[in-house]
Design a protein around this ligand. Structure first.
Ligand SMILES: [Cu+2]
Length: 210
């Protein structure tokens, strides 16, 4: 498997597999026992059923096992979510503006772009706001997603560890062209980022294409 583009990928995928795995094992196990009991304990002539009362060991087992399983799901889910919400040290702030139906990015030096350029191994702090309806910025390859809302700044943090181009999608239905509301994040080397960043260019990508 190729290396993951961010450190969030492994923890998010692990939690996903852990919860789905336990759920599938329980589903199959319970269904199998249910079918077995249907045949084993079906009504038979001349057989009188008896009730069983008070089995402390059994009761402890069926309370303890599900409790441990559910708490472990919470533990793994919570700890990896907490990591995603921690702002990386010396993070580079990028202002994100969402509107129907595009994202635009503005850097600390005033540079604007329709594509999110970030240097590799650098903490990024996306400071996001909408100018109209609710949107949601989603980078599937990084396993991060956050709502973008008018009048409120929301944040997303990540540190990209593999160079490449990844999709950004809007994940909140926001009107007619919501399905076209895509952008990209380009993870580049520190040097090429520097060159791109310092190129004085007041014309944004969007006005060039118009
Ligand atoms: Cu949108």
């Amino acid at each position: 498997m190729s290396p993951a583009p961010t450190s969030h990928v492994e923890s998010v995928d692990f939690v996903m597999l852990y919860i789905v795995g336990i759920s599938v094992i329980l589903l199959l196990g319970i269904t199998a026992v249910m079918i077995y009991f249907v045949f084993k304990y079906h009504r038979k002539k001349g057989h009188k059923p008896v009730d069983i009362h008070g089995n402390v060991l059994l009761e402890i087992i069926w309370i303890a096992i599900p409790t441990i399983l559910v708490l472990s799901m919470f533990y793994f889910g919570y700890t990896s979510f907490r990591d995603i919400r921690i702002k990386p040290k010396d993070a580079m702030a990028v202002k994100v503006t969402a509107r129907m139906w595009q994202f635009s990015f503005e850097y600390e030096n005033g540079k604007k772009s329709d594509t999110l350029y970030v240097p590799i191994n650098k903490g990024i702090d996306l400071q996001m706001e909408s100018v109209d309806v609710n949107h949601s910025l989603y980078i599937p390859a990084f396993r991060i997603k956050e709502d973008v809302i008018k009048g409120k700044t929301t944040n997303l943090y990540f540190t990209a560890e593999v160079e490449g181009t990844y999709d950004i999608a809007c994940a909140e239905y926001c009107g007619l062209d919501h399905s076209m509301m895509y952008s990209q994040v380009k993870v580049v080397s520190a040097d090429s980022f520097k060159t791109w960043y310092s190129t004085v260019d007041s014309i944004t990508d969007s006005t060039k294409t118009k």
